[in-house]
Write a protein that binds this ligand. Structure first.
Ligand code: SF4
Length: 67
């Protein structure tokens, strides 16, 4: 996503199973390569992780898009 991934929008590189199509490839963004998952970010389930991600996206959204 050349202009960045907007909050609330899944990455275009996710396949139907929720896996990164770029994993292990040189085109994968450096921010993704460097990211280290941890319990505070991932929680205890997929649903928990999505709730946490949504909250993080809201907290870090530009002032104009916070609701
Ligand atoms: S690891 Fe990065 S490129 Fe891959 S799906 Fe997630 S956000 Fe997209």
């Amino acid at each position: 996503m050349p202009r960045g991934k907007p909050a609330g929008v899944p990455c275009v590189q996710l396949d139907r199973e929720g896996r990164c199509r770029l994993y292990g490839r040189s085109e994968r963004p450096l921010v993704c390569v460097r990211l280290r998952p941890e319990p505070a970010m991932c929680g205890s389930s997929r649903e928990d992780a999505l709730r946490r991600l949504e909250r993080l996206e809201r907290m870090t959204a530009p002032e104009t898009s916070r609701g």
